[in-house]
Design a protein. Structure first.
Length: 76
C-alpha cells in the first residue's frame, strides 16, 4: 500500500499535517486530502514536491487560513 505523509511548508518551516494520505484531489478551494480511513481535510495550498520513494508530499501554503475539516462521506 502506498500512503503518504503530508507536510505544509510556510516561511521556510515545514510542519507535518497528515499521515496515511491515500488521495489528493484538486478543487476550486484548494487541495482535498483524504486518508485511507476517510478523513478529509481541505488545504489552500499547492503541491511543492512529491517523493514517491519515501511517501512524502510537501505543500506550499497559499494563505494563512487553517485547514478545513470536511465530512468523511467520500463521493468519488
Amino acid at each position: 500500500m502506498c500512503l503518504a505523509t503530508v507536510y505544509v511548508e510556510d516561511g521556510g518551516q515545514r510542519e507535518e499535517v497528515m499521515q496515511d494520505v491515500a488521495w489528493i484531489k484538486p478543487g476550486s478551494g484548494g487541495l482535498q486530502l483524504i486518508t485511507f480511513l476517510g478523513e478529509i481535510r481541505l488545504f489552500q495550498a499547492r503541491i511543492k514536491s512529491v517523493d514517491l520513494v519515501n511517501g512524502l508530499i510537501v505543500l506550499e501554503r497559499m494563505t494563512t487560513d487553517p485547514p478545513q475539516m470536511v465530512s468523511s462521506d467520500r463521493k468519488d
